[in-house]
Design a protein around this ligand. Structure first.
Ligand code: NAD
Length: 363
């Protein structure tokens, strides 16, 4: 069973939860906006399902409210940024704005971010760059979150280490490739454990090397609305694409983790932090003749014209499923499995939101 809530009402509810939990109104608003943006784009794994976990992190002080980042290294084209364990929804836009500014002045910039709270759907930051007319490339790791078995192994060594590329298109939605280098993002296991979409066969692997899809492999035992703790399970998520996906995950750990100073994923680290290396490129500098937009348009048409592999099928380009889902959910509302909604309501009560405020959201 699901409840369906209009995006604006859900954003406001999440904002109120975090304002009650001790964040500023502005930060609460940002958390609400970015989490709901992930739901709108179809990535429920990075949406409001995260509210209980974020609230717990705020309560136990592993994530801090209203942080202003430190710029540790600052050259005309490079910034090394410390997010100081602030909410990802607060420190990542600060880092992206610095990268965008430097790129606008110089045509190119590279920015690392370390010690960021969960930065959510990486596509949000590529879309921010695309809105400014810039191409961006992001290598990300999630230190402290050891979840993924490398190709050929069963023990966890990587985080779900996402990779993302965004390309602006004048007058159109950007092309955004944005995925975890694991077969599924951890949030998809979280969603499946709460009655949401089931995992594909073989997304997980047991300690004896048997592929599986039962979320208990990752979380061990749990109650329907209880917190999921990935340290309790004996299995792992598998890296996608055999040695190729596993190799890309390894490089995300090296670039998003080691180079940024965040540290590659390490079970001894304990405290969660995303690290990210982002490149920003200004197409106007690379392409003064204006060839790029026309060639993209031509190529997108060419790719999409490939004969579908199955009857009624269709070839899509990166970012297209998210744009479509956003249109649908903005109109119809965001569907949430009952367990997910119950866990959010429980969090709202735990931070002191009153019953009337809770009821308003479901009406
Ligand atoms: P996914 O497997 O759904 O893949 C999404 C990507 O594939 C998108 O670029 C989408 O446009 C493209 N795509 C999907 N279907 C397509 C089709 N039929 N044809 C062409 N392209 C298609 O994504 P995922 O691996 O589950 O990751 C989900 C989200 O999780 C991402 O936004 C990622 O940034 C986020 N994530 C974040 C962290 C973190 O630590 N912050 C960690 C892992 C993942």
């Amino acid at each position: 069973m699901t409840v369906t809530i209009k995006a604006k009402a859900l954003e406001a509810f999440v904002a109120d939860i975090f304002a009650s939990a001790g964040c500023s109104t502005e930060e609460g608003g940002r958390i609400g906006r970015y989490l709901v943006s992930a739901n709108l784009s179809g990535h429920d794994s990075h949406g409001v399902v995260r509210v209980p976990r974020y609230a717990t992190q705020k309560k136990n002080g592993t994530v801090l409210a209203d942080v202003t980042v430190d710029v540790v290294v600052d050259t005309p084209v490079i910034a090394v940024i410390d997010g100081k364990y602030g909410f990802g929804q607060t420190v990542t836009p600060q880092a992206a704005r610095i990268g965008i500014e430097k790129c606008r002045k110089n045509g190119l910039s590279a920015v690392t971010l370390r010690n960021a709270g969960h930065i959510g759907r990486v596509g949000d930051w590529a879309e921010m760059a695309a809105e400014a007319g810039l191409v961006s490339i992001h290598f990300v790791n999630a230190a402290g979150s050891v979840l993924v078995a490398p190709f050929g192994g069963v023990e966890r060594r990587f985080s779900t280490a996402p990779y993302c590329v965004g390309i602006p298109r004048p007058g159109q939605d950007p092309l955004v490739l944005d995925f975890a280098t694991s077969i599924v993002a951890e949030g998809k296991v979280l969603v499946a454990s709460q009655g949401g979409k089931k995992l594909p066969d073989g997304a997980l692997i047991g300690p004896d090397g048997t592929p599986g899809s039962d979320p208990h492999l990752l979380y061990g035992p749990y109650t329907p609305t209880g917190l999921r703790d990935y340290r309790q399970g004996t299995g792992a998520i598998r890296a996608f694409g055999d040695h190729k996906g596993s190799g890309l995950a390894f490089m995300c750990e090296m670039l998003g983790g080691s180079l940024s100073g965040n540290g590659a994923t390490d079970p001894k680290r304990g405290r969660f932090a995303n690290g990210m290396l982002s490149f920003y490129l200004d197409p106007k500098v690379f392409d003064p003749a204006g060839f790029f937009p026309g060639d993209i348009a031509k190529y997108v048409d060419f790719v999409k014209s490939s004969k579908p592999a199955s009857d009624g099928g269709e070839v899509l380009v990166p970012g297209e499923p998210e744009v479509r889902m956003r249109k649908t959910r903005l109109t119809d509302g965001v569907p949430l499995p009952d367990d997910t909604w119950a866990a959010i309501v429980e969090t709202a009560r735990s931070v002191g939101l009153d019953e009337r405020r809770i009821q308003q959201t479901t009406m």
